[in-house]
Design a protein around this ligand. Structure first.
Ligand code: S3P
Length: 466
């Protein structure tokens, strides 16, 4: 696959160099940041959010919250204040809502619109316009919402007409998706009855935790087949609450893998969320032999957090079971890079959901590894990486990676280049600002060598990629 470099792209190159050392302060969790803004908009009173991720994705959700009538402001101390309008009282947005690159923002807000008597138009960038929305629209339609117009295949741009009296439904998730679960629950908030979501495989539970934090009444139980059942009583009075957003484990994954693969590195990362529904990556890396130490485990803003120390060292290939995928779904690009540096084969099973992220990540990761001299195979929904740990020539590098508007592809391969024999180029880095605006500066402070390259050089490297 070659990189479609254009004038608007900002290619970067990463090169091996000094060990990475010091402290990495990771920005706030993206999932929690979206939810804090939306729950703040649905509550009555003033919600204060500390540690909000100020990435493009979350700022698009802040704009949507404003369009619904909430007042959303950044205070001088860096915290954010949301003066909400209350469940059932969202205003109709006067203009189309543009979610940029953000599937989470678009899908969660569809839930809100679906459960209110308002109509909104949803749009996004080229990546978001390709992503499936039917998974959210279908349950919302059974609750009474109506898709007035949409692009082919139920995609963005689309116009959704909500209902002021959403039907309370019981919905069994056909895909392991926290976004779908959250959209149904958000729609059910304004329903006169109880909305139930059944998830056969547990997904991130931030919506449930935050609903409870804002005063909603939820009953969570386990069915006899092991499925998780979440029952939400409709029309609660949500009350404004303070929210502290912990560091995002999905962003922390990049300096963690970088510190593991660059010899001599030792990096501490304070206050990382270690909610079990998000902690699959750490468990997997530890199984691979990674030197990762968690300390000062505590609770912050209703979420478990810990400080993490990562030290470089050898990694071994392992098999990662499909059941673990929901707890580390956004971390596979970084994990695949770690696997390239491991001794032996790593098999990552059950990655079908990776195909519908900001890009087809299964294909993008495989292409990026291959472009940098790593033997890799996709077999059905499985990714198999032949690690080059201990092999002569290490991990070659020297390729240019097509990022397809996907922030995690860009960051994962920049991390890779910090440990390869030759530099790794990514064809674009502008979209890193969706989730981790400070990524390059933070990695540079740790000692990483990441620098701009001319678009022509990126195009030439893409042309010569093996
Ligand atoms: C998210 C859920 C996941 C994840 C995304 C954030 C959320 O998506 O990939 O980055 O905040 O609910 P899916 O629900 O599609 O698995």
């Amino acid at each position: 696959m070659t990189a479609p470099a254009t004038d608007r792209n900002t290619p970067l190159a990463a090169r091996a160099g000094a060990p990475l050392r010091g402290r990495a302060d990771i920005p706030g969790d993206k999932s929690i940041s979206h939810r804090a803004l939306l729950f703040g908009a649905l509550a009555t009173g003033r919600t204060r959010i500390r540690g909000l991720l100020e990435g493009h994705d979350v700022l698009a959700t802040a704009a949507a919250a404003r369009a619904f009538g909430a007042a959303v402001e950044r205070a001088a101390d860096g915290s954010w204040c949301v003066d909400g309008v209350g469940v059932g009282a969202l205003l109709e947005p006067a203009a189309p809502l543009d979610f940029g690159n953000s599937g989470t923002g678009a899908r969660l807000v569809m839930g809100l619109v679906g459960g209110h008597g308002i109509t909104a138009r949803f749009d996004g960038d080229a990546s978001l316009r390709k992503r499936p929305m039917g998974r959210v629209l279908s349950p919302l339609e059974s609750m009474g919402a109506r898709v007035v117009a949409c692009a082919e295949g139920g995609r963005l741009p689309l116009t959704l007409q909500g209902t002021q009296d959403p039907l309370p439904i019981s919905y069994r998730l056909p895909v392991a998706s926290a976004q779908v679960k959250s959209a149904v629950l958000l729609c059910g908030l304004n329903s006169p009855g109880t909305t139930t979501v059944i998830e056969p495989e547990p997904t991130r539970d931030h919506t449930e935790r935050m609903l409870a934090h804002f005063g909603a009444s939820l009953a969570i139980s386990t069915d006899s087949d092991g499925a998780r059942r979440i029952a939400l009583a409709g029309r609660p009075q949500l009350r404004a609450r303070d929210v502290v957003v912990p560091a995002d484990p999905s962003s922390a994954a990049f300096p963690i893998v970088a510190a593991l693969i660059v010899p001599g590195s030792a990096v501490t990362i304070p206050g990382v969320m270690v909610n079990p529904s998000r902690a699959g990556m750490i468990a997997t890396l530890v199984e691979m032999g990674a030197r990762i130490t968690l300390s000062d485990r505590r609770e912050d803003g209703g979420e478990p957090v810990a400080d993490i120390l990562v030290e470089a060292g050898p990694l071994n290939g392992i098999e990662v079971p499909a059941a673990r995928a929901p707890s580390m779904i956004d971390e596979y690009p970084a994990l695949a890079v770690a696997a390239a540096f491991a001794h032996g084969t790593t098999v990552m099973r059950g990655l079908s959901e990776l195909k519908v992220k900001e890009s087809d990540r299964l294909a993008a990761v495989a292409a990026g590894l291959a472009a940098n001299g790593v033997e890799v195979r996709v077999e059905g929904d499985d990714l198999i990486v032949e690690g080059r740990g201990g092999r002569t020539g290490g991990v070659p590098g020297g390729g240019c990676v097509a990022t397809h508007l996907d922030h995690r592809i860009a960051m994962a391969f920049l991390v890779m280049g910090l440990g390869t024999e030759r530099p790794v180029i990514v064809d674009d880095s502008s979209m890193i600002a969706t989730s981790f605006p400070d990524f390059v500066a933070l990695m540079t402070r740790l000692g990483a060598d990441i620098s701009p390259v001319a678009a022509a050089e990126a195009a030439a490297a893409a042309g010569t990629a093996r």
